[in-house]
Design a protein around this ligand. Structure first.
Ligand code: 5GP
Length: 207
């Protein structure tokens, strides 16, 4: 028998512009992983280069609201005027298959997941400095000045919620941040509270 064969639900969260998406991609490039990414659904328009079904499922507001009514989301949030949500169906199935499911969400969404699935692993990404965050949002060049201002104001409010997370990871360098998350996932599997029941069964010869 293998201990801990069920995969973990790992929530990567933090203020917009902090580099969550880039870190997540770097995490998937680390060899020897069995991660799978939960593709979110959104009503915002695709940015250049984004692919439907890979970066997001891009849908209309009507479609999104229909799914809300059908309880089709693990969590969802309205973020600077657009909906973002994590489709429910995929996650449970992948965890049962032993995959680590990586979800990338903004802060409201992460806290909703915490209410529903407290045993998930919650990682809050922070920039090395506030100046760095502002520069990243401005340099991304995809949002209007007004949207950037809204994202910065929101980020300031979100920092005050970091204490609700299990881990804080500084995005000083993308690969370093991804390595830290990888190490966190390995360590989480070894946590006593996750594995002790199976270990007892093993020692009793029941499995
Ligand atoms: P962006 O428009 O920059 O792709 O995403 C805006 C914010 O929404 C980011 O902070 C991103 O992490 C977050 N986000 C992406 N997918 C989801 C989701 O499924 N649920 C929630 N709550 N936030 C999401």
């Amino acid at each position: 028998m293998k201990l801990n064969e069920r995969g973990l639900l790992v929530i990567i969260s933090g203020p917009s512009g902090v580099g969550k998406g880039t870190i997540r991609k770097a995490l998937f490039n680390i060899a020897d992983n069995n991660f799978c990414y939960s593709v979110s659904m959104t009503t915002r328009k695709p940015r250049e280069g984004e692919i439907d079904g890979q970066d997001y499922f891009f849908v209309t507001r009507e479609e999104f609201e229909r799914r809300i009514k059908e309880n089709g989301f693990l969590e969802y949030a309205e973020f600077v005027g657009e909906y973002y949500g994590t489709p429910m169906d995929y996650i449970e199935k992948q965890m049962e298959l032993g995959k680590e499911v990586i979800v990338e969400v903004e802060v409201q969404g992460a806290l909703q997941v915490k209410e529903r699935i407290p045993e998930a692993v919650f990682v809050f990404i922070v920039p090395p400095s506030k100046k760095d965050l502002i520069e990243r949002l401005e340099n991304r060049g995809t949002d209007s000045k007004q949207k950037i201002k809204k994202r910065i104001e929101k980020a300031e409010r979100e920092y005050s919620l970091a204490y609700k997370y299990d881990y804080i990871v500084v995005n000083d360098e993308v690969n370093n941040a991804a390595d830290r998350i990888y190490a966190i996932i390995r360590a989480e599997h070894a946590k006593t509270e996750r594995s002790i029941h199976k270990y007892y069964k093993l020692m009793e010869g029941k499995e």
